[in-house]
Write a protein that binds this ligand. Structure first.
Ligand code: PHB
Ligand code: FE
Length: 328
């Protein structure tokens, strides 16, 4: 028999703006109408609440993702796949040199429960942290309702491929996924499948561009096909990736439409390493020792190709696998 304990969330009563404050170890989080305030024993930090909630939403929905999720240049999490570090200033050269940075490690279930409770309490009825700024109301102001349908969206994760019977379904108007305003020109025809006799039930195909044209979220890679640890995670992008991702493995990008500007920095210090402008058809392999943040002026389709092997972070950290995909 296994006993499941629900992790306790440490929260205060609502403040004068209607929002609770939360604590994890020695870190505290509070919000008012515009800002989030984070305090730890050697420092404090402030973020705009809209950007904070967009980052928090992704960290929660992605189960702390691969490697590091920086909410900005100061606050973030490191995924150790079972436990998670919550840090302040740890990947910021100035905080490190002044010895004002702070790191605490939590069981994944504990930090997840607190992050979920904070996202729930601080997201007002009008705000959808996954939507593009053009397609959501504001995050600001005093506490005003909640938006549980938006923050608890089910994550698409195909076991084999979208469209395979029993797996993730195609999107349609009827299923509540209209074509996005910026993808109205994307053809919607599905491929015709002509299978050899005897293989009719074993061949499957779908129109990925049509599928993506009906995405109602931004900067949210979802698994549309899986071959062992090789995951195709396309996504539609508009405005700014709300996190600065510090990867623990190489990650491939294939630009499927439009244009994305990437700012690439050293993962540990934040020093600028590259600016990359990706146009349709461009392919990039992001090294495992960088962090990156994307900017899309118009909604764009991006294929993120992940190798989800659990052995990779250890192989790279110990130098047995390289941090870059290719040597020229
Ligand atoms: C990434 O960190 O590589 C990333 C995250 C979310 C996206 C695209 C790329 O939507
Ligand atoms: Fe990344």
């Amino acid at each position: 028999m296994s006993v499941q304990t629900v992790p306790t969330v440490k929260a205060t009563e609502p403040n004068e703006h209607g929002y609770r404050s939360f604590s994890l170890g020695e870190l505290t989080f509070s919000r008012d109408e515009y800002f989030v305030y984070i305090k730890w024993p050697t420092g404090r930090h402030v973020m705009s609440v809209d950007g904070f909630l967009r980052a928090l939403q992704r960290d929660v929905a992605w189960e702390f993702f691969y490697g590091i999720v920086n909410f900005d240049g100061v606050i973030g999490t490191v995924n150790h796949y079972g436990t998670v570090d919550l840090f302040a200033g740890r990947y910021n050269d100035a905080f490190r040199k002044a010895e004002l940075d702070h790191v605490e490690n939590f069981e994944t279930a504990v930090i997840k429960a607190t992050f979920k409770a904070m996202l729930d309490d601080w997201t007002n009825a009008a705000f959808d942290p996954f939507a593009s700024p053009h397609e959501t109301g504001g995050a600001f102001g005093p506490k005003n309702g909640d938006n549980r349908a938006a923050i608890n969206r089910r994550r698409v994760a195909a076991r084999r491929m979208v469209g395979v019977p029993g797996d993730e379904a195609l999107r349609s108007d009827a299923a509540g996924f209209p074509i996005n305003r910026q993808f109205l020109d994307v053809p919607q025809e599905e491929p015709e499948i002509i299978a050899e006799p005897g293989f009719e039930g074993e061949v499957c195909a779908f129109n990925l561009f049509a599928y993506l044209s009906r995405s109602n979220v931004t900067w949210n890679p979802s698994v549309v096909s899986a071959c062992k640890n090789s995951l195709f995670c396309p996504t539609t992008e508009e405005y700014i990736l709300p996190v600065i991702h510090g990867n623990d493995r190489v990650e491939w990008f294939v630009q499927l439409s439009d244009e994305i500007y990437w700012s690439v920095e050293d993962r540990d210090t934040g020093a600028v390493r590259a600016r990359v402008i990706m146009k349709p058809g461009d392919v990039a392999a992001m090294p495992a020792d960088i962090r990156h943040q994307g900017y899309a002026a118009k909604r764009a389709m991006l294929l993120v190709w992940e190798n989800a092997s659990p052995e990779l972070p250890g192989l790279i950290a110990s130098g047995k696998a390289p941090t870059n995909a290719i040597d020229f």
